[in-house]
Ligand binder design. Structure first.
Ligand code: SAM
Length: 430
C-alpha cells in the first residue's frame, strides 16, 4: 500500500516503538463486520439461521460479528433488513451510547446510516431519533437504510448543523457528531482516500469539526451527552480537538475517550469521545405540527383494520401530495430542515384510494394478517420483481422471506403482483 511519507512520519512520531506493528497491520486485508438488526431478530436466532459463517463477536457485543463473506450485501436477509454491514471499529460509537439516556437523540452527520441504525437498535423503539445529513443525495441513502431496517421512531432531515442548532437549543439528551474527517483510519478499506491525504487537509478537517462540534454543543440538553467520533488518527482531529472543545465549553466535561488502532484492535482506525453537559433543564419544543386529512386517515384506518390484527397507532400527517406518515411519538417541530422522511411512510391517498407503501411492510409487516412466506430461494425471485403464483385470498399481503417482511404484494385470482419498488429490485442474481 502506497501510504504518503508525511503521514507515515507523523504516525512514527506518534506511535514510537509501536510503529512497526502499526505498519505491519497494512499487510492484512481489511476486517468486515455485520451488526444483527435486533429490532427484527435476536442475535441468537440470527446466528442459528446465518446464511454464511459468522466469526467472533466484535468487542464482546452479542449482536456484532466479524465476517469474511465476499458479498454479504447480496443475501436476501440483507434485503429484509436483518443486518447492517459495518466496519467493526465503527461499531464503537453505538456501543458507547448503550447505557445513555436516549429519549431525544440527534445523529448530526448521519449518512449512510451505520451509526443511526445502531442507535435505533439501542433505543429499541423508545424515544425519538432525528437523523440529519447535510448532503441531500446522501440523506436519501440514509433514509433507504432506515427504511430497510424497519425503524419506526426516526425522522430523516437534511440541514446544516447551524440551521438545526438555531432550531433546537438545549434539546437533545444525546447528540452524535460522527464528523467528516481525513479518514486516515480507513486507508486500508478506502484506498481512494490515500491520495487526498495531506497535512493541509487534516487542518481543514479539524477546523470543520470544530465548527460542527460548536453547533452540536448548542443542541445538547442540560444533563445530556455529546458523542464525537472520527475515523482518523490525527491528534488535530481527535485528542487536541477534545482539549480545545473543553476549553471553549466549560459547561461540558469529558466522560471518556476511545482510540482504536489497527494493531491494537481487530478493525480499522476510529476515535470516540463522550462529553457530559452539566445538569439543568431541557428546553421544551413545539411538537411536530401534523397535517390532518380526515378522508385520507379514514381510508388508512379501513385498510389497517383489515391488514393488521393490531394496527400501528399514532399521529398521522398527510402531505400535500397525498403521502402519509406515522409521526414518531414526541417528534418536535422540524420546520427549517428539508424533511426526507417523517417516521414510517404508511402509503399514499389519491383522493379515492389508499395505497400502502413499501416502508409500511418493512416496519410493521411482521404484524400483518396476510403474510406470504417464501423460502430463501423463492425470495430471490420476488427481489427480481417477478410475480408469484399463489392460492391466497385476494388483496394486499406482506411478502416475507420465511417470516421476515421484504415488501408488499397484491393478490388477484391466484397471481400475486410484485409491489417491490423498482429501485430496490435485483438486476442480477445474487
Ligand atoms: N455517521 C455515518 C455512518 O455511521 O454511516 C457516517 C458519517 S461520515 C463520517 C460524515 C458525514 O458528514 C458525511 O455523510 C458528510 O456528507 C457529512 N458532512 C460533510 N460536511 C459536513 C458539514 N460541514 N456539516 C455536517 N455534516 C457534514
Amino acid at each position: 500500500m502506497n501510504l504518503p511519507q508525511a503521514f507515515l512520519d507523523r504516525m512514527k512520531k506518534r506511535l514510537g516503538e509501536d510503529f512497526p506493528a502499526f505498519l505491519a497491520s497494512y499487510e492484512t486485508p481489511p476486517c468486515k463486520g455485520l451488526r444483527v438488526n435486533t429490532l427484527k431478530i435476536s442475535a441468537a436466532e440470527f446466528s442459528r439461521r446465518a446464511p454464511f459463517p459468522l466469526g467472533d463477536n466484535v468487542g464482546g457485543d452479542a449482536a456484532c460479528f466479524y465476517i469474511e463473506e465476499e458479498k454479504p450485501g447480496a443475501d436476501v436477509y440483507h434485503f429484509a433488513g436483518l443486518y447492517y454491514l459495518q466496519e467493526p471499529s465503527a461499531m464503537t460509537a453505538g456501543c458507547m451510547a448503550a447505557g445513555l439516556n436516549k429519549r431525544r437523540v440527534l445523529d448530526l452527520c448521519a449518512a449512510p446510516g451505520g451509526k443511526t441504525t445502531h442507535l435505533a437498535q439501542e433505543m429499541a423503539g423508545e424515544g425519538v431519533l432525528v437523523a440529519n445529513e447535510v448532503n441531500y443525495a446522501r440523506a436519501k441513502i440514509l433514509s433507504q437504510n432506515v427504511e430497510r431496517m424497519g425503524i419506526a421512531n426516526c425522522a430523516v432531515v437534511s440541514a446544516s448543523p447551524e440551521t438545526l442548532a438555531a432550531r433546537f437549543p438545549a434539546y437533545f439528551d444525546l447528540v452524535l457528531a460522527d464528523a467528516p474527517c481525513s479518514g486516515e483510519g480507513m486507508f486500508k478499506k478506502e484506498a481512494n482516500a490515500i491520495p487526498e491525504w495531506s497535512a493541509e487537509n487534516v487542518a481543514m478537517c479539524a477546523a470543520r469539526q470544530r465548527a460542527i462540534l460548536d453547533e452540536a454543543a448548542k443542541m445538547v440538553a442540560e444533563g445530556g451527552r455529546l458523542l464525537y467520533s472520527t475515523c482518523t488518527f490525527a491528534e488535530e482531529e481527535d485528542e487536541w480537538q477534545v482539549e480545545n472543545f473543553l476549553s471553549r465549553h466549560p459547561e461540558f466535561s469529558l466522560v471518556g475517550m476511545k482510540k482504536l488502532y489497527p494493531h491494537t484492535f481487530r478493525g480499522e482506525g476510529h476515535f470516540c469521545a463522550l462529553f457530559a453537559r452539566e445538569n439543568g433543564e431541557t428546553l421544551p419544543k413545539k411538537p411536530f405540527p401534523a397535517q390532518k386529512n380526515v378522508q385520507a386517515e379514514r381510508a388508512f384506518h379501513a385498510f389497517a383494520a383489515d391488514f393488521f390484527s393490531a394496527p400501528p397507532e399514532g399521529e398521522i400527517t398527510t402531505l400535500a401530495d397525498g403521502r402519509m406518515y406515522l409521526v414518531p411519538a414526541g417528534l418536535p417541530d422540524l420546520s427549517g430542515a428539508s424533511l426526507v422522511r417523517l417516521g414510517v411512510e404508511l402509503g399514499a391517498w389519491d383522493g379515492k384510494i389508499f395505497k400502502p407503501a413499501h416502508a409500511l411492510a418493512m416496519a410493521f409487516g411482521a404484524g400483518a394478517n396476510r403474510k406470504l412466506s417464501l423460502t430463501r430461494g423463492e425470495a430471490v425471485g420476488y427481489l427480481r420483481g417477478e410475480p408469484l403464483q399463489r392460492d391466497v385470498p385476494n388483496g394486499w399481503c406482506a411478502v416475507c422471506v420465511e417470516e421476515f417482511p421484504m415488501g408488499l404484494g397484491k393478490c388477484v385470482g391466484g397471481t400475486v403482483k410484485n409491489h417491490l419498488p423498482k429501485g430496490l429490485r435485483l438486476v442480477k442474481a445474487p
